[in-house]
Design a binder for this molecule. Structure first.
Ligand code: AMP
Ligand code: MG
Length: 228
């Protein structure tokens, strides 16, 4: 494990490249976003993603947010993108809004969730039979120069908060337990994260948008953007 200080506003490209190399090798990087610190891996590398769950003690079946550096990346991660998505992305990205779509089938299972809509079918058996069709992916574009530079260099990054499962998410490296820091390859320390509250999560899989998690963007502000 290595901790490197990096400027939040003008990240050193050499440090960014080092972090991207760790990701390409299937390693783990702790990096800042505007909300909290994330513990990231290559979103398309199933082995690397599995390491995140092991490090955090995160239960399988709790999917990860995929972080992107450009809006167009949605089309490589999701399918069936509803028109309301364009409105929300336009208004809130980069920023603390996570959107849930039907997933591209190339994504590792651990990254994806399963749409609630499938529960209409009832039995678990039916669920697993048709499971491939109902996988979902949560995507967000963080508003932080370090996160954006890192993701631009490394590609889409699957990342939960950099804490042990169940603990509060960290706004600074100081708040991350040593035992967790030791489990990753590289830590990018850009000081305290500006927002602190987690991203608001909105499910766009069903007929109407549904707020799955309250966060930095209020429901009122969100709904105003949706009806517009
Ligand atoms: P954290 O674990 O702190 O990074 O929070 C990530 C949150 O995103 C968790 O509450 C997940 O349940 C949620 N999440 C990630 N992917 C999905 C998805 N595909 N569908 C619904 N929620 C998701
Ligand atoms: Mg968390």
């Amino acid at each position: 494990m290595k901790i490197v200080k990096i400027s939040a506003q003008r990240p050193d490209p050499r440090i960014i490249e080092e972090a991207a190399q760790v990701i390409r090798r299937g390693g783990l990087v702790i990096f800042p976003t505007e909300t909290v610190y994330g513990l990231g891996a290559d979103a398309f590398n199933a082995k690397a993603v599995a390491k995140i769950f092991k490090a955090k003690g995160r239960p399988e079946g709790k999917p990860l947010i995929v972080h992107v550096a450009k809006k167009s990346a949605i089309s490589t991660l999701a399918r069936a993108i509803p028109s309301v998505a364009r409105k929300l992305v336009q208004k809130f990205w980069p920023g603390p809004l996570t959107l849930v779509f039907h997933a591209n089938t190339k994504l590792p299972k651990l990254v994806t969730g399963i749409s609630n809509k499938s529960s209409i079918l009832g039995t678990m058996e039916l669920l697993s039979q048709a499971g491939g069709k109902r996988r979902t992916v949560a995507i967000r574009m963080p508003d932080h120069p370090v996160a954006l530079a890192f993701i631009r260099a490394a590609g889409p990054i699957a990342a939960p908060s950099a804490n042990f499962s169940g603990d509060p998410p960290p706004r600074s490296i100081r708040e991350i337990p040593k035992a967790l820091l030791e489990k990753v390859d590289l830590v990018l320390d850009a000081g305290r994260t500006p927002v602190g509250a987690p991203s608001t999560i909105v499910d766009l899989v069903g007929k109407d948008p549904v707020v799955l998690r309250k966060g930095a963007i209020s429901k009122t502000v969100l709904m105003r953007a949706i009806v517009r």
